[in-house]
Design a protein around this ligand. Sequence first.
Ligand code: NCD
Length: 348
Amino acid sequence: MIDLENDDLPAFTAGRHLLSVQQFDLDGLAKLFSLADAVRPIAQRRDICTVLDGAVLGSLFFEPSTRTRLSFESAFLRLGGEVTTTTGFTFSSMAKGESIKDTSRVVSGYSDVLVVRHPDEGSVAEFASASLVPVINAGDGSGEHPSQALLDVYTLNREMAARSRSVDGCVIAIVGDLKYGRTVHSLIKLLSLRTDITFKIFSPPSLDLPCAVADYARARGHRVVECESVLDAVSGSDVVYTTRVQRERMTEEVLANANVSGSLLNREILTKANATDIIIMHPLPRDSRHDSYDLSTDVDDLPGLSIFRQTDNGVLIRMAIFLTALGCTEDDVAAATKARPWDATLRW
Ligand code: NCD
């Protein structure tokens, strides 16, 4: 459930937790994106940076993750900090019945910033309430995933700019599991800062976008159009954002009602919709198993496929998040950066 009370959360600045995208206005977003642009040479290993020398990241992932955990950790390491990490409940003291608040108070004594992913909505906010240091929400159940939405919007800005277009006035299809997929909840809210967006949404039965999220966008002057099919959603859209069925979050009954099989979006649908040049986004992971009802790999050679530009951009956005939380400016970064003395093959 999306909590509109999040409007009360303070703007994301030095020393603050990052729990929701509602902590950003357009100005805050521009500042974060400018910081992300500034650290691109460091993310790409052209330059090396020691601005976070001596700082320790506590990385706590109580749910599966590959790119979010590794990109947060990689971002911190690239800024010269050190990383301590724990994954899953099994090897944490939560398996012995320790509360979220006790765990938080303890680990915040060992770290300068914490990144937390947890399967329960609202749990990262609870974690933050007992922490001595800034807590970054890396996904709380079906709630929010602010760093993903930030990297999605950053990527979308760049994709549209490459087409000499603005995100304002865009038509964005959002398809798949819109109920349990937390990335779309954060994304729609963050894009609502822009002007005149049309969201064309399609989800299988029982996996509808929560009304509160659609209302949030509508209340800010955007259109949310419910579509009958993925074909209908992508027709005439500039972008399609696809999501995985979050099987781990639903009962067998909900999954049976959703009746998902085959592929969610593939080349045939895009060809029928005359949309083979559309910008294709996905938070990943993509479920590539047979009949998984996800983005098909048969679109992988289309030029608009942006899914790996999203993952690459994730590192710089997360660097910018750490710099903001720890009060470092672009000047601080520049003063602690030098050209790398070793040779490396740049791949991106
Ligand atoms: C997403 C997540 O964990 O919410 N992945 C990610 O962080 N990039 C999406 C998903 O798991 O389907």
